[in-house]
Each structure stands twice: as structure tokens, then as C-alpha cells.
Design a protein around this ligand. Structure first.
Ligand code: ADP
Ligand code: ZN
Length: 287
């Protein structure tokens, strides 16, 4: 039995084939061009390596309603050539094997919950802070779906009084989480890439404040035992203690069991492969 995985991103497609113990045997990365250009190359990789089931963790939004005729399609993406593309159906029809699909961040949450920072827990959230902000929710031992799927990056926040750009940059909601705290939002606010901002720059206290608001909202809604923060911006490790301290201040004693937040807000263990390994776990359960 061999499992295939696709981590489908807006800039690149990461493919992998693994054995039954999920040891990765082969992997391949392709740039994301149009489906007509990219998908045949992806199909060829899985045909060559003879996979028996496939899991896809994809950028979204996705139609994940099992009752919908468009189940497994990408929906409203700004990447126009992928809009309404029947992602899961295409691979299932062409490869004739069981396929499963979920958001890239739900896949990453599944990996971290079962094999990584949240191993053994029934409730945890994985959030990536990068070009966009997205979150996967693993609750009571299952990934959360629903009307669509969680869109943690678009939760509304309260603007900080000292934010020089309090309106935010999300084309849909302006000052939602992604609109104020993604890598590109930081770059627009401060006039240079987040990578180039030194650790003592005020950008980081503001970023920690917004990510702490997000953590508080998640704690008050889904009560995760861990909040796992990955993505390019979280490469700035000094953010973790700043976020925890700000979270404790915002929660203000309301949740007694969070202590200093050190066990609660943590980096991922399987990064940068959390989404890819999560997609292998999806393949294992594919029908
Ligand atoms: P993507 O979200 O596109 O998959 P990343 O998670 O690497 O990719 O996020 C890219 C964003 O994160 C960019 O806006 C970039 O400026 C920012 N970023 C990447 N690495 C770092 C870093 N080490 N420190 C701060 N910001 C970073
Ligand atoms: Zn938004």
C-alpha cells in the first residue's frame, strides 16, 4: 500500500509518496501554474509511483460539503485559473483511486494533532501566519467543517489605538486578522518586508497583540488545549513569548488553567511538512 499526498499552494505544489508507515519515499515540488499546465505533471508523478490512495490539502476556499455536486472543488480563489476547479474529482477520475480533500491548514492541524505538537490531544488549532493567515481546527478528535470550513484568518479584531494603519488591508473586510497581521499587511504598514524588521521594532509588539487577540478568540470559542502557530512570520521566534504575555494580559484571569501560556501557544513539530504529512493522513482515511 502506498499513499500519495498533495499540498496544493498558491505558489507551489508539493507532492509526496509514502509507505504504509507514512515514511516519505519520494517527493516533488512544482510551481503552481494553470491547472492545464500543472495537473498533468502531478498525475504523471502519482502514476509513475503507483499510489493506492491520495490525500489533498489545498489552498481555498473549498467546497467541502459532502452533499454538494461540487464537493472537493476550489471555489472563490483570487487565482483565477483555479476558480471553480474540480480538484479532488479530477484526481479521483483520472487515477481511479480513493481520494480525500481538506484545507491545507486542516491537514496541518491533523498532522500536528496526531503526530506533532498536539499529539494525544483531542482539541487543538493550527494557524499559519504567512502570505495569508489560515487556521485548521481539530475538535473532539475530528477536523471541523460545517457550512464551509473555518476561516480563522478572517475573524474580526479590535484595532490597536497605536496602529499606524488601523483600517487594515483585506480586500473583503479590511481590518480582519489577515488584513492587519499577515506578512504582506506588515510590509504595507511598515514599508519593508517583515523579514527585515529588527526584533526591537514596534512592529513585533503590535503583531503579538493581534495574534494574542486571535488566540483569545479561539480559546473562547473552541477551547483548544494547544494553539500551534506556524508559517513564515512565526519564523521570528521572539514572537512566541510576546504573544503569550499579551494573551495572558487580555484573558485577564478569566481562564484559570492557562498559566503563563507556555504550554498553550507553541510552534509546530512537523513544520514545514505538517500540511504534507496531514495530507498523507487524509489519504489513509480516503474512500
Ligand atoms: P506562504 O504563506 O506563501 O505559504 P510563508 O509562510 O513563508 O509562505 O509566508 C510568507 C510571508 O511571510 C511573507 O509575507 C514574508 O515576508 C513572511 N516571512 C517569511 N519568512 C519570514 C521571517 N523569517 N520573518 C518574518 N517574516 C517572514
Ligand atoms: Zn478578511
Amino acid at each position: 500500500m502506498r499513499y500519495g499526498a498533495i499540498e496544493a499552494g498558491g505558489t507551489k505544489m508539493v507532492l509526496a509518496v509514502a509507505d504504509e508507515e507514512l515514511n516519505i519515499l519520494w517527493r516533488k515540488t512544482l510551481p503552481t501554474r494553470t491547472p492545464e499546465e500543472t495537473v498533468p505533471e502531478m498525475l504523471a508523478f502519482f502514476r509513475e509511483n503507483q499510489v493506492d490512495a491520495l490525500g489533498i490539502g489545498s489552498f481555498g476556499p473549498l467546497d467541502l460539503n459532502p452533499g454538494s455536486e461540487h464537493f472537493g472543488s476550489i471555489t472563490k480563489t483570487p487565482k483565477l485559473s483555479w476558480r471553480d476547479y474540480p480538484l479532488m474529482q479530477t484526481f479521483r477520475d483520472k487515477l481511479q483511486i480513493p481520494c480525500a480533500v481538506d484545507t491545507d491548514v486542516n491537514a496541518a492541524a491533523l498532522c500536528e494533532a496526531q503526530m506533532g505538537a498536539g499529539k494525544g490531544l483531542k482539541n487543538c488549532v493550527y494557524v499559519t501566519v504567512g502570505t495569508g493567515i489560515g487556521g485548521g481546527i481539530y475538535c473532539e478528535g475530528q477536523l471541523v467543517h460545517g457550512l464551509m470550513h473555518p476561516e480563522v484568518g478572517h475573524m474580526l479584531l479590535r484595532a490597536h489605538p497605536q496602529d499606524p494603519c488601523p483600517d487594515g488591508f483585506c480586500p473583503y473586510h479590511k481590518g480582519c486578522l489577515e488584513g492587519v497581521a499577515s506578512g504582506p499587511a506588515m510590509e504595507k504598514r511598515w514599508g519593508r518586508s517583515a523579514r527585515e524588521l529588527p526584533p526591537d521594532h514596534p512592529a513585533w509588539a503590535l503583531e503579538a497583540h493581534y495574534l494574542a487577540q486571535m488566540c483569545m478568540n479561539l480559546m473562547m470559542t473552541v477551547s483548544p488545549e494547544k494553539i500551534i502557530l506556524g508559517g513564515g512570520v512565526m519564523g521570528q521566534e521572539h514572537l512566541f513569548p510576546l504573544i503569550r504575555k499579551e494573551l495572558v494580559r487580555l484573558v485577564n484571569g478569566y481562564i484559570p488553567c492557562m498559566e503563563d501560556g507556555e504550554k498553550l501557544v507553541v510552534p509546530p513539530v512537523c513544520y514545514p511538512d505538517s500540511g504534507l504529512i496531514g495530507s498523507l493522513l487524509l489519504a489513509k482515511n480516503a474512500k
